[in-house]
Ligand binder design. Sequence first.
Ligand SMILES: [Zn+2]
Length: 225
Amino acid sequence: MLTSLINAGRELLIQPQCPICQSTISSHTETSKPCKNCRLQLDLPSSGLIGLNPLNWRALGWYDGNLRRLLLNLRRSKKHSTMHALAELLNPLVPINAVLVPIPSWKNLSRANPLPQLLATYLKLPCHSLLIRRHATVGQHHLDRQLRLKNQLDAFKAVPGQINEKIDWSRHRAWIVDDILTTGATAQAAQTTLQTSGIPVGGLVCLARTPLRQLPGTGRPHTVI
Ligand SMILES: [Zn+2]
């Protein structure tokens, strides 16, 4: 009797929960991922989004609605369990030979966007900070694609020396990590910098892509079901 009560108590204590909404879920194997309801609410395609424009990219979903709200909150809260859960969904989309290169923030540490580094930390692949900001670029929200490209020109330089020399680039590809893909100007600047330093770039992995209706002329990606 006592044993069964203790076991029941244990069951209650270790009842698995969704890392995002904290609702109870039935399967222990899924505890590191968002629950079905969260995936539905966040409008996440079952196998993410993949596109080739303006570079090879992978994302969890569109930067819109509840996913946009969640990511805006995440920038402030830096909630590790939520990022871990999102990274678990993103992991299968990133090639196994990827070396992750997070986009560095140009703002000082207290105001920096923590998400690229946080995401790279939770993706299960080697990660190296091979990029540094050459100078502060101005905020891009109000700029169109051409101005964004100009704004990002020479934004980065590759970290010289030991780390990249230790990586066998004939077998690996750098994958740039950012939180949101908008026009791709930042990612393209990072890609150009890495390639100029002899580092082959596979593409960009991010949490969300700005809806294409807000980006005229960027081409349609496909959703992998
Ligand atoms: Zn949930």
